[in-house]
Design a protein around this ligand. Structure first.
Ligand code: SF4
Length: 324
């Protein structure tokens, strides 16, 4: 049993102040990841600050985009008419995540900050540089079927577990934060980190900062799809996933945004593939070539090499399904 202090707060200002009072304090909202980690002894915050009463749950829009409050629940965002009508890619990715019960508890802000599901990270008896820097990477010389084929380091080969984040990366979303030094806006593509020498750091949130919302700029994508390949049809993390947003006019691709999940420590944007696609016919032949571009540079290990072939097939299929 780990003792911790529990406080509730109802304003963003008080929440930020409450966090800075105690080293090792953490915010809690849905708690669908943090409580699990506390039960397993992987996380041991000294103080939990319940932010569920903060006024950060609205979903609003203007001519430039849609702002989703950080405390909006995954299920209510997926079901919201604005999201269903204008950001179907995001709705599909949210529906692909976790289980209905978890989507009813988990918040958008928490989804972004969820930690890897690497089984060595989640087992406090195993070495893990992310959980305990310098202890080694159990997965690298162990079983690593679920792990990264892009952007890994000697220290960590974990993948980011979120589906929603893959869609937000493709949609050029912006993370809104508030902290002791004021408010910031961070491009989604720059929010999460690759492991490098500091795999204990998942993202670029500054000390004391709180995610207040996600802004998704308006777009002209008329073809969108999220494809997730997993071991079972529900309640499983992606082996490989692909988010596709295309603008296609008269059969020609005018704009393309793609990202992958299950392949890297962060949502993996496919910039070269996007550049390859623009100006080409939206055809099977184009998509087959684009899929090869997407997986260029992937590096597999003993147990996860299959992801390279699977990733190629998934990118092609996601593009095909987007234009159906
Ligand atoms: Fe830990 Fe990363 Fe290695 Fe998993 S892959 S054991 S999270 S260091």
């Amino acid at each position: 049993m780990i003792n911790f202090e529990f406080v509730r707060t109802s304003t963003v200002k008080n929440a930020i102040a409450a966090l800075s009072k105690t080293p090792g304090a953490q915010f809690i909202a849905g708690g669908t990841n943090l409580v699990d980690l506390m039960k397993k002894g992987v996380a041991a915050p000294k103080r939990l600050i319940d932010i569920n009463s903060l006024p950060l749950r609205d979903i609003t829009s203007d001519s430039k985009g849609i702002l989703i409050g950080a405390l909006a629940l995954n299920s209510e965002v997926a079901e919201h008419p604005l999201i269903k009508n204008k950001l179907s890619l995001l709705a599909k990715a949210l529906d692909a995540g976790a289980s209905a019960q978890l989507r009813n508890m988990a918040t958008i802000g928490g989804n972004i900050l969820q930690r890897t599901r690497c089984s060595y990270f989640n087992d406090s008896t195993m070495p893990c540089n992310k959980r305990e820097p310098g202890s080694g990477c159990g997965a690298k010389n162990g079983y690593h079927r679920m792990h990264a084929v892009f952007g890994a380091s000697d220290k960590c080969i974990a993948v980011h577990p979120s589906d929603m984040c893959v869609a937000l990366a493709a949609l050029d979303a912006v993370v809104h934060t508030a902290g002791p030094k004021g408010e910031r806006k961070v491009l989604f593509a720059d929010f999460h980190r690759l492991p490098g020498d500091n795999p204990e750091l998942d993202h670029h949130l500054q000390p004391g900062e709180l995610i207040t919302g996600i802004y998704v700029p308006a777009n002209s994508f008329n073809k969108q799809h999220y494809l997730k390949i997993r071991d079972r049809a529900s309640y499983a993390f992606a082996l490989v996933s692909v988010a596709v947003a295309l603008e296609v006019t008269d059969g020609i691709i005018k704009n393309a945004k793609l990202s992958m999940g299950g392949v890297a420590h962060k949502p993996w944007r496919l910039i070269s593939t996007e550049q390859f696609l623009v100006g080409k016919a939206a055809s099977k032949e184009t998509f087959t070539e684009a899929a090869a571009v997407a997986m260029t540079g992937a590096v597999g290990l003993t147990h996860n090499r299959f992801k390279i072939k699977m990733g190629k097939a998934a990118v092609r299929e996601a593009l095909l399904q987007a234009i159906r």
